[in-house]
Design a protein around this ligand. Structure first.
Ligand SMILES: NC(=O)c1ccc[n+]([C@@H]2O[C@H](COP(=O)([O-])OP(=O)(O)OC[C@H]3O[C@@H](n4cnc5c(N)ncnc54)[C@H](OP(=O)(O)O)[C@@H]3O)[C@@H](O)[C@H]2O)c1
Length: 501
């Protein structure tokens, strides 16, 4: 982790600061895991870096912490390596801005106290960091107390994932939100969009002249998007049983990567200009009919295996998981976008747990040259490809063929690498820092719009329904491997290969 108390000389003099108006943020579910791991550290980091100065943080949950208890807990949340050089004065100033409301979400007394704590702040943000079944009671609670629209101040609501579990529930949640909040006030979070490399996708495509001319079906053979994890479900078995890889990863994170990879250039950088283009990608997805689900999707469940030299149990042996569970821990999809640019280009998406490598990457595979004049010495050419790594080792790799030195023209693929960390000399900010700062400023570009979320759920829900009709056994894959064997066949062409996991 970077030492955040030392400014990076490379970035000095650049316009990198955007300070929001004074704001109060109410975190519902403040005693939970997300607040501890991400939200309080992100808010503190923004304070240390002087992006925010005038604010109050109000925690809201059931535990009897009280103001002092919350401050003590928060001090503990800041006990991290990257904050070790921050002075205790700065820590104490931050902690002095914390207040706590102890109340169940279903009771009204807690909401009545929100106004008292948020009075005088130009911007008020409500952050729903709670189990999804609490979203609607909280929205109603805020609405019933008129907290959604107060005079002379901007009010915003941030909603965590999961946003629904199918199209119907996502629509219902949107309806409840829209009863009290305008669309401009609603910030649906997908923390993937806060990642620097994801934002760099637009810069790569539209800030350079060399990629866009070849970014289409004339030159691109296919695209692979992979979000893989080494970890299993851990203690979240109960939750995961109800979710599965398609809901947990593909509907949100993987589809965000798909939209940014495939979108048309926006006219400008206004939030809606960008989001209009992203929605167009999702609405151009060729629907997978129930009959096609078997041909266009592969699902699997991890069986026992070895990861980093350690034996790990199979999914069905994990705590909270049913012995005959049919929840997928791996999914691969083959998709087409019915657009002028992408006609005929398959997009292969895959995501899973307990795989050989933790990675999030987009690999764009280009077509081979029209005529292979070196075939006598190198019979098969590897397709050139550009790998955009979201994590870890944020950066890019171009893979192309080069002549092996010597008296023949035998070729092999070589790599040209760009690593963010090495070039800019610092770790990019945590996704939550960027996203919180944007919400404070009122920039919703990196948040998901209503039509975007409903388009993606519409597509995913068809697949879920198709799977419900299919009672064939769920393929098992060895933990620490590359997923089920069947994934290979999805590529459809002998010359295509999945990027190595
Ligand atoms: N944890 C992560 O890394 C992570 C990552 C991405 C997204 N998310 C999403 O973020 C949200 C929060 O996750 P989490 O892991 O922080 O959950 P969590 O650890 O289970 O925390 C839930 C919080 O909600 C409060 N709560 C629950 N029911 C309540 C009620 N009826 N009245 C008042 N307070 C209530 C709990 O307070 P008390 O315990 O004090 O009652 C606790 O503060 C979820 O939607 C999750 O999907 C989490």
């Amino acid at each position: 982790m970077e030492d955040i108390s030392t400014p990076n000389p490379l970035l000095q003099g650049l316009e990198l600061t955007r300070e929001p108006e004074p704001f109060a943020i109410v975190i519902f579910g403040v005693t939970g895991d997300l607040t501890r791991k991400k939200l309080i550290p992100a808010l503190f980091s923004l304070f240390v870096k002087e992006h925010i100065s005038r604010f109050r943080i109000i925690g809201f949950a059931r535990r009897p912490w009280g103001k002092e208890g919350f401050r003590e807990q928060a001090a503990d949340m800041l006990d991290k390596k990257e904050f070790q050089n921050v002075s205790s004065d700065i820590k104490n100033t931050f902690l002095s801005r914390l207040e706590y409301i102890q109340s169940p979400f279903e009771e009204q007394d807690g909401y009545a106290r929100i106004d008292e704590y948020t009075k005088g702040f130009h911007t008020r943000i409500y952050y729903l960091s709670t189990p999804p079944n609490a979203y609607e009671p909280i929205i109603e609670g805020l609405g019933n107390h008129g907290l959604q629209a107060q005079e002379h101040c901007s009010t915003r609501i941030i909603v965590e994932k999961p946003f629904g579990r199918d199209l119907a529930s996502a629509r219902k949640l949107n309806m409840t939100l829209s009863k009290y909040f305008q669309e401009e006030q609603i910030y649906r979070i997908d923390h993937y969009l806060g990642k620097e490399t994801v934002q760099n996708l637009m810069v790569l495509r539209f800030g350079n002249g060399i990629f866009e001319p070849i970014w289409n079906n004339r030159y691109i053979d296919h695209v692979q998007i992979t979000v893989s994890e080494k970890i299993g479900v851990g203690t979240r078995g109960n939750y995961y049983e109800q979710a599965g890889a398609l809901r947990d990863m593909v509907q949100n994170h993987v589809f965000q990567l798909l939209s940014l990879t495939a979108m048309e250039p926006p006219n400008d950088l206004r939030p809606d200009s960008i989001r209009n283009e992203k929605v167009k990608v999702l609405s151009s997805l060729r629907p997978i009919t129930y009959r096609e689900v078997g041909d266009c999707t592969v699902r699997g469940q991890y069986a026992e295996g070895v990861i980093d030299g350690q034996e790990v149990p199979g999914y069905r042996e994990e705590k909270g998981v049913s012995e005959d569970s049919r929840t997928e821990t791996f999914v691969a999809l083959k998709l087409f976008l019915d657009t002028w640019r992408w006609a005929g280009v398959p997009f292969f998406l895959r995501s899973g747990k307990r795989l050989a490598r933790r990675t999030s990457e987009i690999a764009v595979y280009f077509k081979e040259p029209p005529h292979h004049i070196f075939s006598s010495q190198t019979p098969t050419l590897q397709k050139n490809h550009l790998i955009i790594r979201i994590q870890p080792d944020e950066g890019m790799t171009m893979v192309f063929n080069a002549k092996i030195p010597g008296y023949t023209t035998v070729m092999r693929p070589v790599k040209m690498d760009f690593f963010y960390g090495r070039t800019f000399g610092e770790t990019p900010p945590e996704a939550y820092e960027r996203l919180l700062l944007d919400a404070m400023i009122g920039d919703s570009t990196l948040y998901t719009r209503r039509d975007e979320i409903e388009s993606s759920w519409g597509f995913i829900t068809r697949i879920l329904k198709g799977w419900e009709e299919d009672d064939s056994p769920i393929p098992q894959y060895r933990a620490g491997g590359a997923g089920p064997e069947e994934t290979r066949e999805l590529l459809g062409d002998e010359k295509r290969r999945w990027s190595k996991l």
